[in-house]
Design a protein around this ligand. Structure first.
Ligand code: SF4
Ligand code: SF4
Length: 440
């Protein structure tokens, strides 16, 4: 079963749908004790996992149990926030009598960080810089598990479940063909309700900003949030890195709040963003010393968008420090095993506080699952939608493709994923970055 499922997943192009994009067939080929379904979904305003868990608990459970058989896991755990009662209920109904347990989690950020989930679900701490596999665990997002169950029936990944939230007439959650333009997502959600707006992609904390309605949906995309263009988060995210560095250099008073609230620091890893901030004011050699304290940052964004009282950018300083370290081929390894901070439970950040701090309370609301999806006339499908090497086109310009046909394959011997055509159509153009299909 193990090899068979690995092949089915590989042929279906399944990758981490929670944002990670790691090719799932590699995880299915491992031998572990635990499979953890990640349904924590903690980015405010994005609710696509909750909707999927509410409406497709059975299929997610099938994916989870297939992964358990393939990997020899004896424990299957579904991590889900207690507050999402409809999803909890849906799972209670289907896991009854199975070997799968529910892990009902509190409403805090970032409950879905895999280090956090492994600690809560399996009671194990991943070694510094390691992955769940190092402690006998595999973590899969719930949509990935849904896709695994489809792959077992030979159905490839062609559509993505997404949420459109914020200032649109009909905030909602729906499936959309990979390669669809953002503009069509907004239209499908009834259109934007204000003239001047900004688009957040994949959530306010870890996501980014889109400058173009022509950007397209990938296998790791989770949604769009429409906010007024003068919203607090938009102005925070719109600063250039030079501006972030300049204000960081002059205004950081080393209060340490960013470190005190850092979830990875609280789990016992040697990550100290306040020290990384010191790198902004140092010469090249000094910077090298302070950069090391960024090594175990997971870019959750809590330090920048919640903890820092001065509205500075410790997360971005950590991102920058990691890039500098890579360039300089500098590495850092924590010698001592991680030890949970005694204040960890008391410093958890409730989503409610986060919404207040981010001025997002009035945008939070239902985004119900809706059947049907946009009917794009064209799809632009990126060749790099996953961890590893870009996929290699296997079609030529002018070729006709059917929904589900392979249009790009894994490069030989490399980590990657196959890409399938979401709809029937004609290959319009191919370049190094993407394949464009004119839909029939
Ligand atoms: S919280 Fe802000 S001001 Fe305080 S040390 Fe961190 S970056 Fe500096
Ligand atoms: S983004 Fe900030 S809070 Fe999150 S892990 Fe990195 S340093 Fe810690």
């Amino acid at each position: 079963m193990s090899n068979q499922l690995v092949e089915l997943i590989k042929n279906s192009g399944v990758v981490g749908a929670g944002g990670g994009g790691f090719p799932t067939h590699v995880k299915a080929g491992a031998q572990v004790e635990y499979i953890l379904a990640n349904g924590a979904e903690c980015e405010p305003l994005i609710h696509k996992d909750v909707e999927l868990m509410t409406h497709q608990a059975e299929a997610i459970l099938t994916g989870l149990r297939l992964m358990m058989v393939a990997t020899g896991a004896t424990r299957g755990i579904v991590g889900i926030k207690k507050k999402n009662s409809a999803a909890v209920e849906a799972f209670r109904n289907v896991i009854d009598g199975t070997d799968v347990e529910l892990l009902e989690m509190g409403d805090f950020y970032p409950a879905g960080d895999e280090y956090e989930l492994v600690q809560l679900g399996a009671g194990r701490l991943i070694p510094p810089g390691g992955i769940p596999l190092d402690v006998g665990c595999v973590v899969c997002n719930v949509e990935t598990l849904f896709n695994i169950s489809a792959a077992a029936n030979g159905d490839p990944v062609t559509h993505k479940l997404i949420t459109v939230a914020g200032l649109v007439r009909e905030p909602k959650t729906f499936w959309v063909p990979v390669g669809t333009r953002y503009g069509e997502l907004l239209d499908f959600a009834g259109g934007v309700t204000v003239k001047n707006y900004a688009l957040l992609t994949n959530g306010p904390l870890m996501g980014g900003m889109s400058q173009s309605l022509d950007d397209t949906v990938t296998k790791t995309f989770s949604g769009l949030i429409v906010l007024p263009e003068d919203h607090y988060i938009v102005s925070r995210k719109n600063r250039s890195s030079q501006q972030m560095n300049r204000i960081g250099k002059s205004a950081c008073d080393q209060c340490t709040a960013c470190t005190e609230f850092c979830p990875r620091y609280l789990l016992g890893y040697e990550i100290q963003p306040h020290k990384v901030m010191r790198s902004l004011g140092f010469t090249a050699s000094g910077e090298e010393y302070w950069n090391r304290f960024s090594t175990y940052c997971c870019s959750c964004g809590l330090c920048t968008l919640y903890a820092c009282p001065e509205d500075l950018y410790p997360r971005e300083a950590c991102d920058q420090a990691k890039v500098s370290m890579k360039k300089a081929e500098q590495t850092y390894r924590q010698e001592l095993p991680p030890k949970i901070h005694p204040m960890k439970e008391y410093r958890r950040v409730p989503t409610k506080s986060l919404l207040q701090r981010l001025r997002l309370e009035k945008f939070e609301g239902a985004t119900p699952f809706t059947t049907g999806f946009p009917n794009p006339s064209q799809l632009e499908i990126p060749l790099q939608q996953h961890v590893g090497s870009p996929s290699v086109p296997v079609v030529t310009i002018g070729a006709m493709v059917k929904a589900g046909d392979i249009i790009a394959d894994l490069p030989d011997g490399s980590l990657g994923a196959k890409i399938h055509s979401p709809l029937c159509g004609k290959i319009n153009s191919i370049n190094n970055d993407s394949i464009v299909i004119s839909v029939d």
